[in-house]
Design a protein around this ligand. Sequence first.
Ligand code: GDP
Ligand code: ZN
Length: 292
Amino acid sequence: MQGKIIKGIAGFYYIYAEDGNVYECKAKGIFRKDNFKPLVGDNAEISVLDQEAKEGSVTAILPRRNSLIRPAVANVDQAFVIFAMEDPKPNFLLLDRFLIMMEQQGIPAVICFNKKDLGEKEELERLYQTYTGCGYQVVLSSTLEGEGIDEIRQILRGKTTVVAGPSGVGKSSITNCMQGEIQMETGEISRKLKRGKHTTRHSQVIPVEKDTFLVDTPGFSSLYLTDMEEDELRNYFPEFLKYEPQCRFQGCRHIHEPDCGVKEALAEGKISQLRYEDYLALYEELKEKRRY
Ligand code: GDP
Ligand code: ZN
């Protein structure tokens, strides 16, 4: 039988199988010898050892489409990052850090500003323009008023999506809105996963519909960019790329260089001041990090 690894805790893998059950499988030594580590999100072949107790063992991991390092998850199609308009107010530097991490790993990101009901109309419009202007899809939603929920369902359908965002923005509320028929099984899943409560939190896959999965990622409050030179950073701001051909110097950093297409676009309001300031802040951060 086939299934997906939805969680790995202390030597056990939890597999959400084709039959809708969650099987607890021991991580056998077979994977260790090649230095191969199954990841949450991996599709696996399992053999059921005890149907009653829902126990089995993983016999093979199916080929991966991709694997992310942060968070460590396999077979991810996209990321969905949620902030709130208020309570808590959005932290744009944190949002940009997340977008850069996804750009770096080649994963498309969709941005959601939830609690639309608490936002000013002008501010909502401004944020929508800013981030769609960078090439990102943006959803404005309110779980309270049921707005944007159908749009989110469309975005998530048939895909495996990493969901991220600070606490209190409405991640659980949105996830609950998405869960339809599978609600019952997820009740079973959370009972099975109780033992995980005592360990440090890892990523976890939440089945939403057939072929639709959400990946819950812990540890969003502080994201540090890694594995990156400061001079690479500009490549992860998609809105810069359009103006780069107008820079006089090849390899222009868009900071102190004369005749810079990006700075001209900034002066003309075609590039967001907010995003550019985050670029400068993160550039300095990466430079500092390298120094020590
Ligand atoms: P999480 O920590 O990101 O999972 O956030 P929750 O889903 O637990 O939501 C945090 C709080 O925000 C709860 O009290 C929700 O009722 C509230 N909330 C969620 N969505 C909305 C919304 O669209 N509008 C408003 N006004 N409150 C919301
Ligand atoms: Zn430039």
